[in-house]
Design a protein around this ligand. Structure first.
Ligand SMILES: Cc1cc2nc3c(=O)[nH]c(=O)nc-3n(C[C@H](O)[C@H](O)[C@H](O)COP(=O)(O)OP(=O)(O)OC[C@H]3O[C@@H](n4cnc5c(N)ncnc54)[C@H](O)[C@@H]3O)c2cc1C
Length: 550
C-alpha cells in the first residue's frame, strides 16, 4: 500500500533561526525536558501547536505512579508493570522507570506541584487497575494533570533561557546530507516577528507530541492528539513500533451512539475508591473474571465490558459509585463529579453509563533507553515514544511518569554531548497534503476496523478505506489539513501492524486469533516507511515470560 501523506508539505521556509535543541510539544515530556536541559545552559526552543497548556497532560486525572510508600518497592512496581504489559515490556526500560520514579515525582514537588497530602503531611497515595499497592500520587483530587501542567508551565515561563513558540505547528524534520536530523520546519500563526512557514535549525530535535486519539471517532484525548510526531519521524525513515497496542480505557462516559471527539473519562481511581462495574442486569461485571476484580488491568476490564455488551446487546455497561458517598466524591473526584452533573447524571445517586474508548498509544517512535530514535539527531519522549516500558498494555498512571523519567535521560545524554551540527539539505517542495474533509472518513474506518475488536477482514477494510480518501489538496493548506495527512500515516501503520500480529495480547484483541501466541509473537513489530510502503521487521523483546489470567 502506498501511504498518502508520506511526502508531506515542507514548503520552503521563509525564515530560520537556530538553537541547540528543539522540543516539539509542551506536555509533561516536553516541558520537563526543557527545564532539565536548561540547567546545563543549552539553548532550548520549545514549539507547540496550540497554547502551551494544551495536550493530554492537563487532562490526566488519576495521578502518577511511583513506589513512594515505605511498604512499597520499585521491584513491586516493576512486577505490576510487566504483568500489565503482557510479556512485551522491555525490562531494562521498566527498571529505569520504576527506579527513577520516586525521585522524579519528588522533582515535581520541588518544582512547586501541590500533590494531595494526608493529615500528617505525607503524600496521599491511591490505587488503580493493575497495581497491587497504593502508589498513585494525585493532586486536586482528580485534577493531577492540571496541577502538574501549571507547575511546569510556570517554571518554563519564568526561565528566560527557554524559547517558547505557541501556535506553532511543526510540519517536517530537516535532515543533512548524511540523513541526520538538523531541525524542524514549522508554521507559525500570528507571531508578528516570525509568521508563516519557517525553520528552527538544531542538531537535536525531540518529538514530545503526545498521542494519536484523533485517529478514532471517540477518544479521551484532546484535539491536538493527531499523532504528528509519529508521522514526522516516519517521513524521515525512523522506526515506528508497537502501534497495534492502542489502549481503550474501559470507563469512558457513554453519551449515545453518535458521540464524537474528546469524551469524558471516568478515572480508574473511582474504582480504586470502591465503585464497581455492573452489567445490564445489575450483576457485578468483573466478579470471578480476574483476581483483581474491578481493578484488573485495563485491557481485561475493556474486554469484559465488550463481551458483556455483545452478550446482552446493551450499548454500554454501568459504573456504580453510589456507595462511595458524597464526601468521597467531592474530595477525591470534584472534576468528574462536576462533569457528570453537567451531563445530567449525579453519580452519588445514579449509575454512570460507560463504554471503552481510545485512550493511550503504547507504541510510537522506537527509541533506545536514552530516547534516541533510529535516525541520528532525532529523539522522542512521552506518549509519542515507544521506549518499551508499556509493552502490550500500559499500566495505569505510568505514562506521566514515563515522560518525566525519560526526559531526564534525554537531558543527561544531550548535556553530555550534542549531535554534530551540519547544514540541512533543502527540503523537498513536493506536496502531499490531505484535505481535512478526509478526517471523519478516516476516523470512521479506523473505529470500525481497528478498534477494540479486530479481525483480518476489519483491518483490511480499514486499510482499503485509507487508500480511497481524497489524497491531494489544491490551494493553501490549513493546520487541520496538515494534521489530517499525519493521521493517515499513523492510521496506516497502526492498521498494518495490527493486521500482522495474528494473536490476542494486551490491548490488541484479534477475534480471529483469540489466543496469546508466545512462540511466534514475543516480539515488537518495527516498521519503516520506505518509498511510501511500510517495511516491517521483528525485533526481539527482552521480557520475562508472563502469566495470563484472561
Ligand atoms: C483524559 C486523560 C486522562 C489521563 N489520565 C492519566 C493519569 O491519570 N495518569 C497518567 O500517567 N496518564 C494519564 N493520561 C495519559 C497522559 O496524560 C499522557 O500520556 C501524557 O500526558 C502525555 O504527555 P506528553 O508530554 O507526551 O504529551 P501531551 O501532554 O499530549 O503534549 C503533547 C504536546 O505536543 C504538542 N504538539 C503535538 N503535535 C504538534 C506539532 N505538530 N507541532 C507542535 N506541537 C505539537 C501538543 O500541542 C502538546 O503541547 C491521561 C490521558 C487523558 C487523555
Amino acid at each position: 500500500m502506498t501511504v498518502p501523506g508520506d511526502r508531506l508539505t515542507a514548503p520552503q521556509p521563509g525564515w530560520s533561526e537556530s538553537a541547540d535543541v528543539v522540543i516539539v510539544g509542551s506536555g509533561i515530556a516536553g516541558l520537563s525536558l526543557a527545564l532539565s536541559l536548561r540547567s546545563s545552559g543549552l539553548r532550548v526552543q520549545v514549539v507547540t501547536k496550540g497554547r502551551v497548556e494544551e495536550g493530554a497532560t492537563q487532562w490526566a486525572q488519576g495521578g502518577i505512579a511511583a513506589a513512594l510508600d515505605d511498604e512499597d518497592s520499585p521491584e513491586e512496581h516493576l512486577q505490576d508493570t510487566l504483568v500489565a504489559g503482557a510479556g512485551l515490556c522491555d525490562i531494562e526500560a521498566v527498571r529505569i522507570l520504576v527506579e527513577r520514579g520516586p525521585a522524579a515525582v519528588r522533582s515535581l514537588v520541588a518544582l512547586g506541584t501541590r500533590f494531595d497530602r494526608e493529615v500528617g503531611g505525607e503524600l496521599s497515595l491511591t490505587r488503580e487497575g493493575g497495581h497491587l499497592r497504593d502508589r498513585i500520587a494525585h493532586a486536586g483530587g482528580d485534577a493531577t494533570g492540571r496541577e502538574i501542567s501549571r507547575a511546569l508551565v510556570s517554571a518554563v515561563q519564568n526561565d528566560e533561557g527557554i524559547g517558547l513558540y505557541e501556535q506553532a505547528l511543526a510540519l517536517d524534520l530537516l535532515t543533512d546530507s548524511t540523513g541526520a536530523v538538523q531541525g524542524v520546519t514549522l508554521h507559525l500563526m500570528g507571531q508578528g516577528q516570525h509568521d508563516g512557514v519557517g525553520a528552527v535549525l538544531a542538531p537535536a530535535v525531540v518529538l514530545a507530541t503526545g498521542g494519536l486519539g484523533q485517529v478514532f471517532e471517540a477518544s479521551t484525548n484532546p484535539l491536538v492528539a493527531t499523532g504528528d510526531g509519529v508521522a514526522m519521524a516516519a517521513r524521515v525513515g525512523a522506526a515506528i513500533a508497537d502501534m497495534e497496542f492502542v489502549q481503550f480505557h474501559p470507563t469512558v462516559m457513554w453519551q449515545g451512539p453518535t458521540a464524537r471527539g474528546q469524551q469524558p473519562l471516568i478515572s480508574e481511581a473511582v474504582r480504586g475508591e470502591g465503585a464497581v462495574l455492573l452489567d445490564p442486569a445489575g450483576q457485578s461485571l468483573m466478579a470471578g473474571r480476574h483476581p483483581l476484580g474491578d481493578l484488573a488491568p485495563r485491557d481485561v476490564v475493556a474486554k469484559a465490558i465488550m463481551k458483556s455488551m455483545r452478550l446482552t446487546g446493551a450499548p454500554h455497561a454501568w459504573l456504580d459509585g453510589r456507595k462511595m458517598g458524597s464526601a468521597t466524591w467531592k474530595r477525591r473526584f470534584p472534576t468528574i463529579l462536576q462533569r457528570c452533573q453537567e451531563l445530567g447524571i449525579d453519580p452519588r445517586e445514579q449509575l454512570i453509563p460507560v463504554v471503552p474508548a481510545q485512550h493511550y498509544a503504547s507504541g510510537g517512535v522506537r527509541t533506545d533507553l536514552d530516547g534516541r530514535a533510529s535516525i541520528p539527531g532525532l529523539f522522542a519522549c512521552g506518549e509519542v515514544a515507544c521506549t518499551g516500558v508499556h509493552g502490550a498494555n500500559r499500566l495505569a498512571s505510568n505514562s506521566l511518569l514515563e515522560g518525566l523519567v525519560f526526559a531526564e535521560r534525554i537531558a543527561l545524554s544531550l548535556n553530555r554531548e550534542l549531535p554534530r551540527r551540519r547544514e540541512p539539505v533543502e527540503p523537498s517542495t513536493q506536496q502531499s497534503v490531505v484535505s481535512n474533509a478526509a478526517r471523519p472518513l478516516l476516523q470512521r474506518a479506523m473505529s470500525d476496523g481497528a478498534g477494540v475488536l479486530r479481525t483480518a477482514a476489519s483491518l483490511e477494510s480499514a486499510l482499503a478505506a485509507l487508500q480511497t480518501l481524497p489524497a491531494d489538496f489544491p490551494g493553501q493548506p490549513s493546520s487541520s489539513d496538515w494534521e489530517t495527512a499525519n493521521l493517515i500515516v499513523v492510521a496506516s501503520v497502526l492498521a498494518h501492524q495490527a493486521l500482522m500480529r495474528t494473536e490476542t495480547r494486551g490491548s490488541h484483541w484479534r477475534e480471529d486469533y483469540p489466543e496469546v501466541d508466545d512462540e511466534q509473537w514475543r516480539i515488537h513489530l518495527r516498521s519503516r516507511l520506505v518509498s511510501g510502503e511500510w517495511q516491517t521487521q521483528h525485533e526481539p523483546c527482552e521480557s520475562p515470560r508472563w502469566e495470563t489470567w484472561v
